[in-house]
Write a protein that binds this ligand. Structure first.
Ligand SMILES: Nc1ncnc2c1ncn2[C@@H]1O[C@H](COP(=O)(O)OP(=O)(O)OP(=O)(O)O)[C@@H](O)[C@H]1O
Ligand SMILES: [Mg+2]
Length: 223
């Protein structure tokens, strides 16, 4: 399974969510790797370096070039990785289309702000391009998840409602959401995730997210 965690916007939680999903599947016994496409910052490669003693193994590979990415992904597959997560960067729009094309599904984290909603609208155009290219060959699924979401103010609730409207474009808004919790930043300092930390609420949110992804995917594939 190739999961691309993508958004044209920076700082929405792509790397945080990529790492959490990776650890979730690794804890379930899957052979998991993350491809860090951030060729300038390499933040997830650095996270991996801080992760030496962690219980669950997650390998991290830096992307060399965008052109080589499909070949690299195939190599990871051939090497037995059952879950391959592409940790995206706020990329040029064409590059986003290319990343979507090599994925089984795309997870789009978004934080509750009008700016995010605007860039999400642009992202959807890229997603539709990719679906049009793949039409008749294979299906691709898109999920959007709210990050740094409390659901306790009008802005959050309005955002949730707005995202619901995009299901007509083939992007499914997940019920699960991730709250703004310091445990995400603290655990990352040690190359860990909230699944390996002491904030049970934060861990539970990630588990609920991953379970929802799993069940929704199964339902979609069976349709
Ligand atoms: N739910 C959360 N609660 C608290 N902090 C968070 C949460 N999600 C992400 N963060 C923090 O917000 C910052 C940005 O998150 P992250 O690096 O995952 O975003 P990104 O989309 O990968 O950014 P970039 O576009 O730069 O790659 C990081 O410091 C991260 O620890
Ligand atoms: Mg990142």
């Amino acid at each position: 399974m190739i999961i691309s965690v993508s958004n044209l916007k920076g700082g929405v939680g792509k790397s945080t969510i990529s790492r959490n999903i990776a650890v979730y599947f690794a804890a379930k016994g899957e052979k998991v790797c993350i491809v860090d496409t951030d060729i300038t910052q390499r933040t997830t490669c650095e996270w991996k370096q801080r992760r030496e003693d962690a219980e669950h193994r997650v390998d991290v590979f830096p992307m060399s070039t965008m052109t080589a990415l499909p070949k690299d992904i195939k190599t990871h597959r051939d090497n037995g990785y059952s879950v391959i997560i592409i940790d995206g960067v706020p990329q040029l729009e064409e590059v986003t289309t290319k990343t979507i094309l090599i994925s089984d599904f795309v997870l789009i984290p978004i934080t509750p702000s009008v700016d995010d909603l605007k860039s999400f609208e642009k992202f959807i155009l890229r997603y539709q391009d990719a679906r049009a290219i793949l039409a008749g060959t294979r299906e691709i699924y898109g999920f959007v998840v709210m990050n740094k979401y409390s659901g306790r103010n009008n802005e959050d609730l309005e955002m949730k409602e707005a995202l619901g409207l995009f299901s007509a474009q083939g992007i499914i808004p997940l019920n699960a959401s991730i709250a703004d919790r310091v445990a995400h930043r603290r655990s990352s300092k040690y190359g860990l995730t909230v699944l390996e930390w002491d904030d049970l609420k934060a861990a539970e949110e990630v588990k609920v997210l991953c379970e929802e992804i799993e069940t929704t995917l199964i339902e979609l594939i069976e349709q």
